[in-house]
Design a protein around this ligand. Structure first.
Ligand SMILES: NC(=O)c1ccc[n+]([C@@H]2O[C@H](COP(=O)([O-])OP(=O)(O)OC[C@H]3O[C@@H](n4cnc5c(N)ncnc54)[C@H](O)[C@@H]3O)[C@@H](O)[C@H]2O)c1
Length: 360
C-alpha cells in the first residue's frame, strides 16, 4: 500500500504500541461502513478506490440506501443490521457515517468488537460520551479518528503553513461566515451541524487553549437554532467568531484571519485563488509631547499563494489507513473530537442564556 505523509507531520505522534494489532505495514485494511445517506457514499467511494483499503460490507437501515449501495458496489456485502458488520472477523475498521446521536453507541460497539473507528463529526453528542470512548479505545489499544475533513483541504494546510512560518505575525482574529439555505437537520441545530468545521480548524490552527465561549442563536422553523453567532476567546487577545446559518439566500464560505503583519482572506467558493494575503495592517504610535495616539495604516501588495487541489476526504482516509497500518496516532483523534464537542456544548449552553459567557 502507498504510505501517505501526514499533512501536518509535526503534530502526528508515533504510538509506540506493539500490541496495536490491526494493520501491519503493507496489509490492506478491511472496512465496514455504517450509513449510506448524504455523506456515506463519499466515504465508501474513497475507501473502495484507494490502495490499502477494501470495503467488505456497508450497513444502512434504509432499504432505499441499501439498493443504492448494491447498484454502485455489487461486489460489496450489503446489510441492514450493524451486528452483521461488527461480528465479522474479516473487518479491521468501521467507518461511522450516521447522524450525531448514533455516534456514541456505534463507536462503543465497534471498539468493543475490536475494530478501529473512523467517525463523522461531531464526535459525540456530549463530552462525557467522548471521554468514555477515548478511554475505551485506549484500553482496547484501538484507534479513533474523527472526520474533521477541512483539516485535509489544500486551503487549511496552506494557512497552517503560513501561520507556522509567521507570515501573518501575531494573530488577532479568525472570523468565519459559513451560511447557506438548509440543509435543515432533524437532530441537531446549525451550531452542531456547521460549526464543527470552523471549531476543528481553529483548534488545529490556533496553538492556544480557548478560555471561554459566548454564543447567540435563534430558532425559527423546526425547534432547533437555524441562525447562530459564536465567539471563542483565546489567551493573548486572540478572538474567533463564527457565523452559521441555514436561512441564508446565498452560500458564503469566507474566513478572514487578521494578523499583526498581514491579513488573509480565504474564500472557499473560489475555484482558483482561494486564499489571498494582504499586506495591510495598522500600526499605533505616540509622539512625544502629544497625548493622542497616531494610527498608521499600511496598504501594500496582495498575493494569492498556490493551494493544493485535493479531495480532502480522500487524503484523510488515506491518512487513517496509514495510521492504522503503521500504528501512528492521528492528530484528528478522539481527543481532537472531544475538544470540538466541548466548544459545541459551551456554545449551546451560552445560546440558552442569550449569549452569557461560558468558561471552559
Ligand atoms: N465531514 C463532512 O464534511 C460531512 C458532511 C456531511 C455530513 N457529515 C456528517 O456525516 C454524518 C451523517 O450525515 P448525513 O448527512 O450523511 O446523514 P443522512 O441522514 O443523510 O444519512 C445517514 C444514513 O445513516 C443511516 N443510519 C442511521 N442510523 C443507522 C444505524 N444505526 N444503522 C445503520 N444505518 C443507519 C440512515 O438510514 C441514513 O441512510 C453526520 O455526523 C454529519 O455531521 C460530515
Amino acid at each position: 500500500m502507498s504510505t501517505v505523509l501526514n499533512p501536518v507531520g509535526e503534530l502526528s505522534e508515533a504510538v509506540v504500541n506493539e500490541s496495536m494489532q490491526k494493520g501491519s505495514g503493507d496489509s490492506v485494511i478491511k472496512f465496514g461502513v455504517i450509513g449510506y445517506g448524504y455523506w456515506g457514499p463519499n466515504v465508501v467511494r474513497n475507501l473502495d478506490q484507494q490502495d490499502g483499503s477494501k470495503v467488505i460490507a456497508v450497513c444502512d437501515k434504509s432499504p432505499t440506501a441499501r439498493k443504492r449501495i448494491h447498484k454502485s458496489y455489487p461486489h460489496v456485502k450489503v446489510v441492514s443490521e450493524t451486528a452483521d458488520l461488527l461480528s465479522s472477523t474479516d473487518i479491521d475498521a468501521i467507518a461511522i457515517v450516521t447522524p450525531v446521536w448514533t455516534h456514541y453507541e456505534l463507536t462503543k460497539a465497534a471498539l468493543e468488537h475490536g475494530k478501529h473507528v473512523f467517525v463523522e463529526k461531531p464526535f459525540t453528542s456530549d463530552s462525557a460520551q467522548a471521554e468514555e470512548l477515548i478511554n475505551l479505545a485506549a484500553k482496547k489499544k484501538l484507534m479513533i479518528m474523527v472526520d474533521h475533513t477541512f483539516l485535509f483541504t489544500g486551503a487549511v494546510k496552506k494557512i497552517g503553513q503560513l501561520l507556522d512560518e509567521g507570515a501573518l505575525g501575531k494573530i488577532y482574529y479568525y472570523d468565519s461566515t459559513r451560511v447557506n439555505l438548509g440543509l435543515f437537520q432533524h437532530d441537531v441545530n446549525v451550531i452542531w451541524d456547521l460549526a464543527p468545521h470552523d471549531l476543528s480548524i481553529i483548534d488545529h490552527l490556533i496553538k492556544e487553549t480557548p478560555e471561554a465561549v459566548s454564543a447567540t442563536g435563534q430558532t425559527h422553523l423546526n425547534g432547533h437554532e437555524d441562525v447562530a453567532f459564536i465567539t471563542v476567546y483565546f489567551p493573548n487577545k486572540i478572538i474567533a467568531h463564527i457565523n452559521v446559518n441555514w436561512l441564508s439566500p446565498v452560500k458564503v464560505r469566507t474566513t478572514l484571519i487578521g494578523g499583526e503583519k498581514k491579513m488573509l482572506v480565504w474564500n472557499d467558493l473560489e475555484a482558483d485563488e482561494k486564499i489571498k494575503i494582504y499586506d495591510k495592517g495598522v500600526h499605533i504610535s505616540s509622539r512625544e509631547g502629544l497625548y493622542n495616539l497616531l494610527v498608521n495604516y499600511r496598504s501594500g501588495d496582495m498575493w494569492a499563494p498556490q493551494v493544493e487541489q485535493v479531495e480532502a476526504l480522500k487524503q484523510e482516509l488515506a491518512y487513517f489507513v496509514d495510521c492504522v497500518s503503521n500504528n501512528h496516532k492521528p492528530f484528528n483523534d478522539g481527543e481532537a473530537g472531544l475538544r470540538v464537542v466541548k466548544l459545541l456544548e459551551a456554545a449551546n449552553q451560552s445560546v440558552s442564556k442569550r449569549g452569557a459567557l461560558v468558561h471552559l
